[in-house]
Design a protein around this ligand. Structure first.
Ligand SMILES: *Cc1c(COP(=O)(O)O)cnc(C)c1O
Length: 315
């Protein structure tokens, strides 16, 4: 973005550079803000974009924010909100970003994998129009930790930012790929091997079946829980995760929700965590392990209902 604005950031850094505006959805993941800080842009430079009830960027607010920005704009959208699984409306926002010359990045840590499943792919419609994407192997693809992937449309910008040259290093010949030209380090372990092994093991169809299967399990769990008196689904299930609340609204419901989460964890039949959504506590359920079967899901739902009934009785 700075090169387009006539500034050589590799040579001159960010001091004195044209100010960059960063747009981020209000329900973005906390790590996006660390990324902004690592880049030297600063967390306060961000203009947050209003989102709908499921955490999707509102295209109208996105358009307003882009129109109001002067100078280079980096917009960060998301596939897979950490609590709701919802994906931003890429087909609406990508043309707005492109028309304004903004760089559109997509945090697709787990949600980008919706693309792999024909049943879920429509959720990420338009995502291919972005400039860069990040996704993880260590979530839905089931690789060990720290297999993350960055994909950048502008190959030259990517190479300029990452390549390190030194006279003692071998020069890649012809079209040979030099892995260190794509990442910050010169030395790293072969994360690509774990990734290759999982893709080889599951295959295109296996990955699609896993993604679709987890989404179906999440739908089933949420539907069963929502039939129980005192349990409320917070948002419609978009992908593989969802939130439920227990008891009343407000602080009383917060206390009952936290007590139910604690009870499920103490019972140790299944694991669910607590999270905050719109300032209220929820039980957060994420279906993401290849080992989870529909039968496991029913055992989990039974465990949650049983925990809730005991918490409710003790009131
Ligand atoms: C997990 C997650 C992250 C963080 O990714 P790591 O690679 O595990 O650090 C970022 N964004 C979203 C939406 C996530 O779900």
């Amino acid at each position: 973005m700075l090169q387009r604005a006539g500034w050589d950031v590799e040579a001159d850094g960010l001091f004195g550079a044209p100010p960059i505006t960063v747009l981020i959805g209000a329900d973005a993941h906390a790590t996006v803000y660390s990324g902004i800080k690592y880049l030297g842009l600063g967390a306060q430079r961000v203009r947050t974009i209003a989102c709908d009830a499921s955490g999707r960027i509102l295209a109208s607010d996105f358009a307003r924010a882009i129109a109001a920005a002067s100078g280079p704009v980096i917009a960060i959208a998301q596939a897979g909100q950490i609590n709701t699984g919802a994906c931003d409306p890429f087909d609406a926002i990508a043309p707005i970003a492109a028309a304004a010359g903004a760089w559109l990045h997509v945090d697709g840590a787990f949600g980008l994998w919706a693309q792999a499943s024909p049943a879920q792919a429509a959720l990420t419609r338009g995502v291919e129009r972005a400039d860069s994407w990040a996704t993880d192997g260590h979530k839905w693809l089931q690789t060990p930790y720290d297999c993350g992937f960055a994909i950048v449309r502008d190959a030259e910008a990517h190479r300029r930012a990452m390549a390190i040259t030194a006279s003692y290093l071998p020069q890649p010949e012809g079209a040979e790929r030099d892995p260190s030209a794509y990442v910050p380090e010169l030395s790293r372990r072969a994360r690509g091997f774990a990734t290759w092994a999982m893709i080889r093991q599951l295959g295109r169809e296996g990955i699609a079946a896993m993604v679709a299967g987890h989404c179906a399990i999440a739908q089933h769990m949420a539907a069963r829980l929502a039939t129980v008196p005192g349990i409320a689904l917070v948002c419609p299930v978009a992908l593989n995760q969802f939130m439920v609340r227990f008891g009343a609204g407000g602080e009383a419901g917060d206390a009952l929700t936290l007590a139910t989460v604690r009870q499920v964890q103490e019972d140790a039949i299944a694991f669910v965590g607590a999270a905050q959504w719109r300032g209220r506590w929820v039980m957060r359920v994420s279906v993401t392990s290849i080992a989870t079967t529909p039968a496991d899901a029913d055992v989990t739902v039974d465990a949650v209902i049983s925990a809730w009934e005991r918490v409710a009785r003790s009131q």
